[in-house]
Write a protein that binds this ligand. Structure first.
Ligand code: DOR
Ligand code: ZN
Length: 361
């Protein structure tokens, strides 16, 4: 780079405070050995989704799961999993109080949130909530204890068009929920529409949203370009370009109610490349690189740090991380596949050139 272009040279490398991933699936068993090191190389902490089979419904299960995740973190890496409970129709308010107690000691692993999956909305959500009113006593306890509610924001009715399910969820479920629990901190996970971005921007201090890298980079054409491409299929599904643009605007706006959550969701390749392929995009291998690309494409790299490293901990009322990571504008190719237990894991954009590269710790 010629010395006469100092600004250009400066933007070829960026340093940001080490970020966190506020929405992540790591599965269990052998899968952990592949995916946990990817996340630990990029992020200091991650909110771990509880949609295992069977789901993580008790504090005891969550803490056992945290120990298995920690066992897959490379030696010397300080990565910390932040645990969540899976809400069912039958979960007791007492479990919320137990979860809350894990935070107050400041020792060991913490359960910081509970996840609302409308029953049948997505992968391993069959045990989810059939009617939000059934869990009102639990939400009351969460509001009181300061445990966050994380929401998969889609209605499940087959009468509602798949592409409309998020917007309908906001009107039918989220707005009444917000009204009934004004102090409950709610994160609408992996938003995908302009309706969601607008709702969050106007919903006040206790409502936030995560945005994935793939929803910032791609619209729904990606699923059908040159044939059906199952690795771009996730839920909520990619939407029209106008929605992608609204998400980019929200993520780069500086509004603290939007923050990074990859929703990286690994599945064995043969179950994605299948007659009824699983929903979920695997992005943990190159998550920050993809976010950097999305922010760079819109000239907003200077907004990446707040979105990736500040807004999440501030909303969760956890300390921001110390230390930093460096991203460099240097094209590289991610592997096409990783071993995944006895199967293969095909990452999003595997084998394709990515313009940004995270430098090693
Ligand atoms: O695409 C998705 N995959 N969306 C979800 O909500 C769940 C996730 C998974 O667990 O595979
Ligand atoms: Zn998810």
């Amino acid at each position: 780079m010629p010395a006469s272009q100092p600004n250009q040279a400066a933007s070829d490398r960026i340093h940001i405070t080490r970020p966190d991933d506020w929405h992540l699936h790591v599965r269990d068993g052998q899968a952990l050995d592949t995916v946990v090191p990817h996340t630990a190389a990029q992020f200091a902490r991650a909110i771990i989704m509880p949609n295992l089979k069977p789901p993580v419904t008790t504090v005891e299960q969550a803490l056992d799961y945290a120990a298995r995740i920690r066992a897959a973190v490379p030696t010397g890496n300080p990565f910390t999993p932040l645990m969540t409970l899976y809400l069912t129709d039958r979960i007791a308010p007492q479990e919320i109080r137990r979860a809350s107690a894990t935070r107050s000691t400041g020792l060991g692993d913490m359960v910081v949130a509970a996840k609302l999956y409308p029953a049948g909305a997505t992968t391993n959500s069959d045990a989810g909530v059939t009617d939000i009113r059934l869990i009102y006593p639990v939400l009351e306890a969460m509001q009181k204890e300061g445990l966050l509610l994380l929401v998969h924001g889609e209605v499940t009715s087959p009468d509602i068009d798949l592409f409309d399910r998020e917007a309908v969820f906001i009107d039918q479920q989220l707005i009444p929920l917000r009204r009934d629990f004004p102090e409950l901190r709610i994160v609408m996970e992996h938003i995908t529409t302009k309706e969601a971005a607008q709702y969050i921007a106007e919903a006040g201090p206790h409502t936030a949203a995560t945005i994935t890298a793939h929803h910032l980079l791609f619209n729904r054409n990606a699923i059908f370009t040159g044939g059906i491409r199952p690795h771009y299929y996730c839920l909520p599904v990619l939407k029209r370009e106008v929605h992608r643009q609204a998400l980019v605007a929200a993520a780069t706006s500086g509004d603290p109610h939007f923050f990074l959550g990859t929703d990286s969701a690994p599945h064995p390749a043969h179950l994605k490349e299948h007659a009824s392929g699983c929903a979920g995009c695997y992005t943990a291998h190159a998550a920050l690189e993809m976010y950097a690309q999305a922010f760079d494409e819109t000239g907003a790299l200077d907004r990446l740090e707040a979105f990736a490293s500040f807004h999440g901990p501030d909303f969760y009322r956890l300390p921001r991380n110390s230390g930093s990571v460096t991203l460099e504008r240097r094209a590289w190719q991610a592997p096409q596949a990783y071993p995944f237990g006895d199967a293969e894991l095909k990452p999003l954009l595997g084998g394709e050139l990515l313009p940004w590269k995270l430098l090693d710790r």
